[in-house]
Write a protein that binds this ligand. Structure first.
Ligand code: HGY
Ligand code: MN
Ligand code: MN
Length: 406
């Protein structure tokens, strides 16, 4: 019998590791992340794992001697602001539950559980530092990025007690042969289908940009409307155009999720607005064309209002298909536990889309109740977690059998 409550209790314990009392906010290498590492390290050590934090802040638990082929299982430990208790961390909790549930006979491979340090891209507005470093694609130029407080990425890593010069050491062992990520769906499809689990077929590509409208501050009471260069009015006109564009293209999604207004006073015409732009689609050409159209509209609006505009691309991540063999093995595992083999695309981004560029990767989605995520109401069914753990044990047995006969 597998008891899902240990994994769920671990998620709830880790939910208390937050920078903001009363909500769940845990960003890259924050003190809250250190608390999270402490809880997970204890659980990993109880399982007999060798635990270390790599130079980019990924928490790594090695189960086995480390001298054999290696299966990686993991997800991210950071969250969006005011998050739910399961996005990311549930994948690490399930990985540990799978190790705990393994039958006594030894597997012909080692297992490394990885809690990635930065997948959401909240603190430095650039996602995937942990998984990019794990596959050797971390760009040292990023060390100069600064967070809202002006702290550089280099300083943040050093303040956590890590050495930014050693980030190449975060690369995964060359004997790693596969990566599995267990993750909540974060959307409504499984809930609507009344289905607990599904293998992921592909992960939608995503573009993330920083758009700055620069006008001119002036007196809100004394400046006639025809003499204004209002950065916020320009941004507002553009944001409705972003939504209109996204609604006009099938399965395209576009979001302006973050807005900083300066000088942000009720009686001053806004001089500057810094906006985020997030555009996703399973077809890369469609996504890139939409980004170009949306940015062109921003430039048109700025020119019409005699404002300056700055557009900076932060991420241009193509969509990624999951490894066919591993995904078929996940579907066999679903059948093995009495569930129909089911596949579905992912609109959300995941570390698996980064790891997949170097190591065969696959994902198993777990139903999000009411399809809610990136919100405190994020919830899962305990029985779905029990099934996910059983599916994990089943796929490991499948991989073991395959390797013993290869
Ligand atoms: O934004 C995403 O897709 C993920 O939650 N980081
Ligand atoms: Mn997320
Ligand atoms: Mn996630």
């Amino acid at each position: 019998m597998i008891d899902p409550s240990r994994a769920l209790d671990l998620c709830r314990e880790i939910a208390a590791c937050t920078e903001v009392p009363g909500q769940i906010t845990r960003t890259f290498l924050s003190p809250a992340m250190r608390d999270c590492h402490r809880l997970l390290s204890t659980r990993m050590q109880q399982l007999g794992m060798h635990v270390h934090t790599d130079p980019i802040g990924n928490l790594r638990g090695l189960y086995g001697a480390g001298n054999r082929p290696r299966l990686l299982i993991g997800s991210h430990l950071d969250t969006v602001p005011d998050a739910g208790a399961y996005d990311g961390v549930l994948g690490v909790a399930i990985a540990l539950a799978i190790v705990e549930a393994l039958p006594p006979q030894t597997l012909p491979f080692d297992i490394e559980v990885i809690g990635f340090s930065e997948e959401e891209g909240v603190r430095f507005r650039k996602p995937f530092f942990g998984s990019l470093a794990a596959i050797g694609r971390f760009d040292p130029q990023w060390l100069c990025l600064r967070d809202e407080s002006g702290c550089s990425l280099r300083e943040a890593i050093a303040q956590f007690g890590l050495d930014p010069e050693k980030i190449p050491d975060a690369a995964v062992d060359p004997r790693a042969f596969a990566f599995l990520e267990f993750h909540i769906e974060q959307g409504p499809l499984l809930d609507r289908a009344n289905a607990p689990l599904a293998a992921v077929s592909a992960i939608a590509g995503q573009s993330r940009l920083h758009v700055v409208f620069r006008g001119r501050a002036n007196h809100a009471g004394a400046t006639p409307m025809n003499l204004r260069h209002d950065a916020l009015a320009a941004a507002a006109e553009w944001i409705t155009a972003v939504e209109r564009t996204a609604r006009s293209v099938d399965r395209l999604v576009a979001t302006v999720g973050s807005l900083h207004v300066s000088p942000n006073a009720s009686n001053v015409i806004p001089s500057e607005v810094r906006a985020s732009l997030d555009v996703r689609h399973s077809c890369d050409a469609t996504r890139i064309a939409a980004v170009q159209a949306i940015c062109e509209e921003a430039r048109r609006i700025a020119a019409h209002r005699l404002l300056d505009i700055l557009v900076q691309e932060q991420l241009n991540q193509d969509s990624v298909s999951m490894d066919e063999e591993l995904t078929a093995a996940l579907e066999r595992a679903l059948q093995n536990i009495g569930e129909p083999p089911r596949r579905m695309p992912s609109g959300a981004g995941h570390d698996a889309m980064i790891i997949a560029s170097k190591i065969p990767s696959a994902m198993l989605f777990i139903r999000s109740i009411d399809g809610v995520s990136h919100h405190p109401a994020e919830a899962v069914h305990a029985e779905d977690i029990e099934k996910a753990i059983r599916a994990g044990v089943a796929i490991l047995a499948d991989l073991a059998q395959e390797r013993q006969h290869s």
